[in-house]
Each structure stands twice: as C-alpha cells, then as structure tokens.
Design a protein. Structure first.
Length: 223
C-alpha cells in the first residue's frame, strides 16, 4: 500500500514544475550540506558514487561535478526524466533491491529517501551491501517544528518515519556501520523556500544546529 501511494505521488505531472538542480535555492540547499560532509571524509579516495533515490538530481548534479563517476537511481521515471544532463548515468530501480554487486561504490548516498520506503532497515542494509567504504544519509529532522508540521499535512511524507538525529543514527548503527559524524543543519528547503529569503538565511543555513531542517549521518563500513 505504501509503495503504491508513493509511486503515484512521485509520478504526478505536477512535479514537472519542480525546481531543477540548477535553481539557486536548490544549489544553496545542496552545496551547504556537501561542504560539511566532505570536511569529514577523504574525498580524494572516492572514485564512484551511487545516489539512491536521487529524484530529479538535487545532489546528483553537484556530486557529478565533483566526481564524474556517479549513478543516479530512482524508482520514478518522471523524476529521472527531469535530470537534464545526458552525461550522468541514470537507472530506474527499486531502492530496496539495488541491482549491483556487493562493494560496488566508494560512497552510497541518499537524501530524504528512508521516510518514503516500506522497510527502513532493508534500505540501509542494501546501501551497506553495495558500498565499499562510506554511507551518507540525509533525512528531515523531526525536532524541527516546521518539518514536523509539514509531515503531518502531507501523508506521503509519512510522519511516523521522520527521525530525530539519535533515532536515525541508531537505525544505521544496527546495520554494523561505524559512525564518523552526525549533525543537524540547514534552514533552506529546496522546493519551498522563496529565493528572496535566501540572503537572510544563507549564513544560518551553513551552520550545524540541533533544530536544523535536516539530519546528516556519515557512516564508514566496519572491517
């Protein structure tokens, strides 16, 4: 039932008007998080990335600009069609059954995916299986009042699966993943923050803050 509802939601024609990855608000939203993440890992050792649940490429495009060797994977044909870069490898597939061999990617990355899936544990387990080294997960922060209210209004957002930072970290630890760092950050949302507000939010957006809109967990595979 959840999967059918999500499939219908992410194939809606209205999403064709969604902001692109090159929109200045989206760039600010994504780049601020990537800057914090790559302070914590040795990106010089990264040769391949899988972006799981990539949507229309909010993170896929900036990651491609840095690393080139990236695959964007999503179960929505519509969302993949909105990624306007024919040099990026895109794949339609179920995020709970990743069609790759074990240890295929240096980084497995996902943003705002887990609260949409039928099985959070299985999704993390699949990401762990195909990763050689790093797993990076971004999810909406339940501690942020605006995010919490938004999830109540949108049934597709599935409030029951929204995470506190501690809860998200615990889910990842259960899959035998070593945690490098965890933090909450961000006061810009990619689709809803008006561009006119970004000059006022820019400095706040790049800082770690317990009540930021998003939780980020950086994990390393145990030997």
């Amino acid at each position: 039932m959840v999967k059918r509802m999500q499939k219908g939601f992410w194939e809606r024609p209205a999403l064709k008007k969604r902001r692109s990855a090159s929109h200045p608000v989206v760039v600010m939203y994504a780049q601020s998080k990537l800057n914090l993440i790559f302070q914590k890992i040795d990106y010089r050792t990264v040769n391949s990335i899988l972006d799981v649940g990539c949507g229309n490429g909010f993170f896929t495009l900036p990651l491609y600009q840095k690393f080139r060797n990236i695959i964007g994977l999503d179960f929505s044909s519509l969302m993949l069609s909105l990624i306007k870069n024919n040099k990026i490898s895109l794949l339609k597939a179920d995020t709970l059954f990743l069609p790759f061999k074990d240890y295929s990617f240096d980084i497995v990355f996902s943003s705002n995916l887990l609260h949409h899936v039928d099985s959070i544990s299985k999704s993390i387990r699949e990401m762990r299986r195909v990763s050689k080294k790093y797993i990076i997960i971004i999810e909406a922060n339940r501690r942020n009042l605006l995010m919490h209210l938004f999830s109540k209004l949108k049934k597709e957002e599935n409030d029951d699966k929204f995470f506190s930072l501690e809860n998200l970290t615990a889910k990842i630890l259960q899959e035998n993943i070593l945690i490098i760092d965890t933090f909450s950050t961000g006061f810009i949302t990619p689709n809803r923050t008006p561009y006119i507000l970004t000059p006022f939010l820019k400095k706040l957006n790049i800082q770690k803050n317990r009540f930021g809109f998003y939780n980020i967990v950086i994990g390393l595979l145990r030997d």
